[in-house]
Design a protein around this ligand. Structure first.
Ligand code: PLP
Length: 496
């Protein structure tokens, strides 16, 4: 019976989330169990609904990336917002597609996208679509920018298209997320027409270097069509200058896309508002509610100041798909690549935003920024650590000082791995100014100051162990990577 299994699943979810802080952040997954998940054949006869919960409890839940845990600092992956969890279940029950036809969830998506645009500081004309994440939003943005640019030149099709398309060039901060270059490749802009612009000492896009590159390309007969700024670079949390880039885009006929997957809502935070001056004038913006807002994974957004340009890029018609009434709004499939689209994103985002309220969203962002300030202070205060970069978005890039190793990059990689395998905290490494250093970012609403202390203790302890056992020691001389985990025997892993 569906009811019993649903109730059992709900009870398990509460128990799972409740106990997460007491479990290891992550744990190595025995190779045999991984192989079993990859190779399991499908039985000819079906199973029972309750078996799904057992399977998740035993095979899946014990081996997370770690991003539900308050001591997970590695990537911008958050734990799920409770409102989002409930909403995803309910939206799955309704199972509406937000691509075509008219249904309440599609109007809710339109409204929620508008709310997000308001929070981001975009003008009241702005619209857009929800996406699977920031990468997809950046792809839609570049496709829209390209169509806008070629349409204005009268070369949206025909031989003129081929001629102009082969000259399109794209500009972005060299610190931009790799999804920008990937999106460019997808729309047919080859690597030799991508212009990663060197950043300044704060890892922000340098407008003078951008202008020089655009001018040189124009003189060479190329067609600069779009500049992407980043609001919160993934490595160090930098915010690119908006106004000079918009001014250059206006004077040279380029589209200005702001990748705010992480920091798109910064205009809401009083301490950051000055960096977001001019945000209302960008042409489009990526925001990733599954990062800062903890909407369950699979929720990004592309916001476009004039949504008509999105329609120009994506409204392909088909005789079997015709909106009914003459006054119906454009279907959301006319603003994106997807046709059958989930309603879970819209309801989960709506529920999360309405659970928090506008003030709650600002307070949540401020909470991350305050914790990151504390972390950077603690690093600066430690005689054994040095802050390398970080901010204004909540991240700290730091390194060990006073080590004698000839290869500090390898040391930091080993230290991060030791922290990860010890299972009490989790951080990653990043390359900043050609050096591999440690990186910790904050995007978990359950993280407290005590978790920051725990992280730094773990880092220093891992560095001490690395010193005590040089990396070329035979592996059997080292303690087990799973020391401290009582639950490692292959079939004994349980979350309860
Ligand atoms: C995370 C991130 C992306 C990619 O978003 P996904 O949701 O992971 O696809 C793009 N840009 C920036 C700046 C990011 O931080």
């Amino acid at each position: 019976m569906l009811r019993d299994e649903l109730v059992a699943a709900a009870e398990w979810v509460c128990q799972y989330l409740g106990q997460l802080p007491e479990t290891p952040v992550s744990r190595p997954m025995p190779a045999r169990r991984r192989a079993r998940l990859r190779d399991a054949p499908l039985d000819r006869t079906g199973g029972e609904l309750w078996q799904i919960l057992d399977f998740v409890r035993e095979e899946i839940a014990p081996f997370p990336t770690g991003n539900g845990h308050p001591a997970f600092f590695a990537w911008i992956n958050s734990p799920p917002a409770p409102a989002g969890l409930i909403a995803e279940l309910l939206a799955s029950a309704i199972n509406a597609t937000c691509g075509m036809g008219e249904n309440a969830l599609m109007d809710l998506e339109r409204g929620t996208v508008r709310t997000l645009a308001d929070l981001a500081g975009l003008p009241s004309t702005a619209g857009g679509v929800l996406t699977s994440g920031g990468s997809m939003a950046n792809l839609l943005a570049l496709a829209t920018a390209r169509t806008w640019f070629l349409t204005r030149r009268g070369s949206a099709d025909g031989p003129a298209y081929d001629r102009d398309h082969a000259r399109l060039t794209l500009y972005y901060n060299a610190q931009a997320h790799m999804s920008v270059a990937k999106a460019a490749a997808c729309i047919g802009i080859p690597a030799h027409r991508l212009r990663p612009i060197p950043s300044d000492t704060q890892h922000r896009l340098d407008p003078a270097a951008l202008r020089a590159a655009v001018t040189a390309d124009q003189a060479a007969g190329l067609l600069p069509f779009c500049t992407v700024t980043t609001l919160g670079t993934t490595a160090t949390g930098a915010v690119d200058p908006l106004e000079p880039v918009t001014a250059l885009c206006r004077s040279t006929g380029m589209w200005h896309h702001a990748d705010g997957a992480w920091g798109g809502l910064g205009a809401m935070v009083p301490a950051l508002a000055h960096l977001y001056q001019g945000v209302a004038d960008v042409d489009s913006m990526t925001v990733d509610p599954h990062k800062t807002l903890s909407v369950p994974v699979g929720c990004g957004a592309l916001l476009v100041t004039d949504p008509e340009y999105l329609h120009t890029a994506f409204s392909h018609r088909a005789s079997y798909l015709t909106p009914g009434e003459p006054d119906t709004l454009p279907w959301l499939s006319h603003s994106t690549i997807e046709l059958t689209r989930p309603g879970t994103r819209a309801l989960a985002l709506w529920a999360t935003l309405h659970h928090l309220g506008g003030d709650g969203v600002a307070a949540l962002l401020q909470h991350y920024l305050t914790l990151a300030d504390r972390l950077r202070e603690k690093i600066t205060a430690s005689p054994r650590l040095e802050l390398v970069a970080g901010g204004p978005w909540p991240v700290a890039c730091f390194r060990l000082t006073g080590t004698t190793t000839p290869d500090p990059g390898a040391l930091h990689t080993r230290v991060a791995r030791r922290v990860q395998t010890a299972g009490r905290a989790y951080l990653a490494t990043v390359t900043v100014d050609d050096r591999t250093v440690l990186r910790a970012c904050l995007c978990n609403y359950r993280t407290h100051e005590s978790d920051l202390d725990l992280l730094l203790r773990e880092v220093l302890q891992a560095a001490d162990s690395d010193c005590a056992e040089p990396p070329d020691a035979p592996p059997r001389d080292r303690p087990s990577a799973t020391a401290g985990h009582p639950v490692q025997s292959d079939d004994a892993v349980r979350t309860e």
